[in-house]
Design a protein around this ligand. Structure first.
Ligand code: HEC
Ligand code: HEC
Length: 248
């Protein structure tokens, strides 16, 4: 695909995405940025692509933007980001026009060449995770003990005890992610907007697992518990500077 086709594909995708987003405006979803980010063939290195394309929705530090429902992607493991971008490109994710967010992201994924995809993923995976931002948005009325029990019983097997993910299962880290994003993805797995396409083996695991979340209360409890697993800003700094900690 030449660059011109890619660009127009992207614009068509975004145009459609925008129409859908505008339609769902009542749900409080803001329209995508006025200046639609467009990738060109001259963009080669990951940082340039990130700043010119991804940052518009995912934020300059990859921290995500609640008003666009764009998740944090800073520090996302490269194996997971790669699989998701392939999924968006190949229609395993972003296939449902009623799902404005993943429809929009699919248009972006399709506009990138394989080399650009690889470069931008490598860049994003090396960015400093912006985790603690999510903690403030934890569901307030949640029961953390219930959340812990449910997590240990129904999620830990694949996402690991500290929700850091497991490459062998294709299960991503859940820490580092905002409450609204985790909640929304569970809704998507539950109602078939994600994970239902034939051949989406990893998505299918979550279709089953999300069915074990019995109601909204259990979902709130689990999500709130996951947020407590995020490294606190203080410990994150300590972990980054072992020598400093040792002399303290
Ligand atoms: C027009 C807005 C927009 C732009 C530009 C954009 N994204 Fe996204 N992206 C989103 C939204 C919204 C989602 C969430 C989709 C969903 O809810 O399923 C998303 C999801 C993702 C995910 C999946 C995250 C996860 O945890 O599963 C990855 C990876 C991603 N984007 C990478 C990128 C990269 C890399 C770029 C730049 C090349 C980019 N995005 C540009 C809006 C955007
Ligand atoms: C059998 C293994 C398994 C279990 C158990 C499991 N998951 Fe997952 N989960 C996965 C896999 C694999 C993916 C990646 C799906 C994909 O590639 O689209 C995933 C993805 C997710 C996502 C999307 C993250 C993102 O960045 O988009 C969320 C949220 C999630 N899981 C939450 C949970 C919760 C909460 C539980 C417990 C109720 C749970 N999972 C149990 C395997 C599992």
């Amino acid at each position: 695909m030449n660059n011109k086709t890619r660009t127009s594909l992207l614009l068509t995708g975004l145009g459609l995405g925008m129409a859908v987003v505008a339609f769902s405006g009542e749900n409080g979803v803001a329209p995508p940025p006025a200046a639609a980010p467009v990738v060109t063939a001259t963009m080669k290195d990951g940082k340039t692509i990130f700043q010119n394309v991804c940052a518009a929705c995912h934020g300059p530090n990859g921290e995500g933007k609640a008003e666009l429902k764009s998740p944090a992607i800073a520090g996302l493991p490269d194996w997971y980001a790669k699989h998701q971008l392939a999924g968006f490109r190949e229609g395993r994710r972003g296939h449902d026009p009623k799902d404005a967010q993943s429809f929009m992201m699919a248009a972006i994924a399709k506009s990138l060449s394989p080399e650009q995809t690889q470069a931008v993923i490598e860049h994003a995976s090396k960015m400093q995770p912006t985790t603690p931002a999510g903690i403030d948005h934890a569901p307030k009325d949640a029961d953390l003990d219930e959340g812990r029990l449910a997590f240990q019983e129904r999620c830990m097997e694949c996402h690991r005890y500290n929700a850091s993910g497991e490459i062998a299962f294709g299960s991503p880290p859940l820490i580092g992610q905002q409450a609204w994003y985790l909640t929304e993805q569970i809704h998507k797995f539950k109602d078939g907007r994600r994970g239902t396409i034939k051949g989406d083996v990893n998505g299918a695991k979550m279709i089953l697992s999300s069915s074990f979340i019995e109601d909204e209360k259990m979902l709130r409890d689990i999500v709130a518990y996951i947020l407590t697993l995020n490294p606190q800003p203080e410990t994150a700094v300590k972990a980054d500077s072992p020598f400093e900690t040792a002399t303290r």
